[in-house]
Design a protein around this ligand. Structure first.
Ligand SMILES: Nc1nc2c(c(=O)[nH]1)N[C@H]1C(S)=C(S)[C@@H](COP(=O)(O)O)O[C@H]1N2
Ligand SMILES: [Mo]
Length: 384
């Protein structure tokens, strides 16, 4: 092996057949969309592999795109070769460059903001644009892969080398970040950057998509607690006090804050509504706690989830045991929650990402079933 080879020489020799490059690009872009979206649900450090995979695949896109551009360069640069579809190809390229550059800047620790949009949000925007563009580009331009493309160990070796190179590059990047201390000292494993201070003004008001209700009058506000509780009832905001907890809010737009939240533990709230109703209780069991065997009285389901519903319809459910340790907060950092931060009452769900911390909660429902529709509701809530 010649020691004088540049990285580009090596990459040139590793280049797979064009069709493989094309379809790999599509596959990796889809995998990036998937890992990117999944990363939004990760709130605890054991989920780190998702972030590692997302960044490594990002490097793979850079290499694949390099090969692809070297191959099609003349078609983009020579006006006489332009077709109607060239405009779309260029748009796809711009979306790719936008996604890659914002992602890279974010990873190395740049924290510029466009109003309240972080680089990460812009990255997500470009990425969501890129997926349909690449899919369309593939459907109209890519040639179907052929068997010969996969024969021999060559392709496997090429990809093996790339993967290892990606992992090494990622390590180097982490080292470089640490050296340049660009990472910010307090960055989370999710990439989120800290917003320091206490109370309402310490962190941004963020809505996931379009939720923007009118302010709620605290005096006439009522929280209703319903579903599988013994005595469904309503509570005024002033009845929701007594507990405090420090918890970390980590928003998918790339910031986090640690605050002292005041309000009522959801377990205590449910107790105040007579406690959750298990089928065992209804049968008049010994101490009212023991579970009767399943289906003791036929058709009555056991409580398993607590659903928190916003005045806007936005909602999220937590498994019962987790919900009991969550907080319905009326205060942050010793101050009454402002409207923007979800006042009079918002959910504080430690160990969950910010979008699950429902603001302007008006209803708490104890339910037997999970709630898959919540994923859609959180995205469309506020559009009417
Ligand atoms: N009803 C409702 N609750 C919501 C949202 C929303 O759009 N609507 N946004 C969520 C998101 S994405 C985050 S990060 C937090 C932000 O809380 P904050 O505005 O107090 O910073 O609220 C969550 N709760
Ligand atoms: Mo968020």
């Amino acid at each position: 092996m010649a020691g004088r080879d540049t990285v580009l020489d090596v990459l040139g020799r590793l280049e797979p057949p064009p069709r493989i490059v094309d379809w790999s690009l599509l596959a990796v872009v889809l995998a990036e969309a998937a890992t990117g979206l999944v990363s939004f649900t990760v709130a605890t450090p054991d989920g780190w592999p998702v972030f590692w995979l997302h960044r490594s695949l990002g490097l793979a896109i850079v290499v694949l795109l390099g090969w692809k551009l070297a191959r099609v360069r003349h078609r983009l640069l020579d006006r006489r070769l332009w077709r109607r579809s060239t405009a779309l190809s260029i748009l796809t390229l711009l979306a790719a460059v936008g996604t890659i550059s914002t992602g890279t800047l974010w990873v190395v620790g740049v924290d510029v903001r466009v109003s309240y949009w972080t680089l990460l949000s812009v990255h997500v925007g470009f990425g969501l644009l890129l997926v349909p563009l690449v899919a369309f580009h593939a459907a109209t331009r890519f040639r179907p892969p052929r068997r010969v493309d996969f024969e021999g160990r060559r392709t496997a070796v090429q990809y093996g080398v790339l993967l290892i190179a990606g992992a090494i590059a990622y390590r180097l990047q982490q080292g470089a970040n640490a050296l340049l201390s660009m990472n910010g000292t307090n960055r989370r494993f999710t990439g989120s950057q800290p917003r320091e201070g206490d109370g309402n003004d310490a962190f941004p008001v963020t809505s996931w998509v379009a939720d923007d209700p009118d302010p709620i009058d605290r005096a006439s506000y009522r929280l209703s607690v319903t579903g599988l509780v013994a005595e469904p009832r309503e509570f005024a905001a002033d009845e929701l006090g007594g507990d405090e907890t420090a918890a970390l809010l980590d928003c998918t737009s790339g910031w986090y804050t640690v605050q002292e939240w005041g309000g009522i533990r959801v377990g205590d709230l449910l107790e105040a509504a007579g406690g959750v109703e298990r089928s065992g209780n209804r049968g008049g069991s010994v101490d009212g706690v023991a579970d009767a065997p399943d289906d003791a009285d036929g058709d009555v389901p056991d409580p398993a989830y607590v659903r928190f519903v916003s005045v806007t319809g936005y909602r999220w459910s937590l498994p019962l045991a987790e919900a009991q340790d969550a907080l319905l907060a009326t205060h942050v950092g010793g101050e009454r929650l402002t409207h923007g931060h979800g006042g009079p009452v918002r959910l504080v769900a430690p160990g969950r990402r910010g979008f699950q911390w429902v603001k302007w909660v008006v209803r708490v429902e104890v339910r037997a079933e999970r709630d898959p529709a919540q994923w859609v509701v959180t995205l469309v809530s506020g559009f009417d």
